[in-house]
Design a protein around this ligand. Structure first.
Ligand SMILES: [Zn+2]
Length: 137
């Protein structure tokens, strides 16, 4: 019998367990108290493309869509994709099939471009907000 020594079978477990930790942290309020780790924001004050997403997803975990969109426009889409990935991971664990891998092979390029457009649109809005708050005069 040949053994599968790849780490592929760990992916659904790591997604599900990582999600449980994140949701527990989000619901406990810990994630709103952590310092800013983003180097661009920390050293220049300018938000990067993903700045605000953790706070936005935390707000979504509390059911607060308005606050989430305020932090980052892409948050609801990221949240829905994340929920989809978690549900597919549960299904992979249940059926012992690789679904995410074959979905990624088929739709990876489209998903990457759509994700980029959505994240960059949210970043553009955050940069405009930042510029308004930091306007001189
Ligand atoms: Zn950032």
């Amino acid at each position: 019998m040949k053994h599968d020594y790849s780490m592929k079978h760990l992916r659904p477990w790591s997604i599900v367990i990582g999600t449980l930790f994140f949701v527990a942290a989000a619901l406990s309020g810990v994630l709103t108290k952590v310092p800013v780790f983003c180097p661009l924001h920390r050293f220049t004050g300018i938000p990067c493309a993903s700045c605000g997403l953790t706070r936005a997803i935390t707000a979504l975990c509390h059911g607060d869509v308005i606050t989430a969109v305020h932090y980052h426009l892409a948050a609801p889409m990221v949240f829905l994709v994340w929920i989809g990935i978690v549900l597919i991971s549960f299904f992979e664990l249940w059926t012992d099939r690789d679904i995410l891998g074959s979905l990624w092979l088929r739709w990876g390029k489209v998903a990457t471009w759509l994700g980029l457009i959505i994240i960059l649109t949210g970043w553009g809005i955050n940069l405009i907000e930042w510029a308004k708050q930091n306007a001189v005069g």
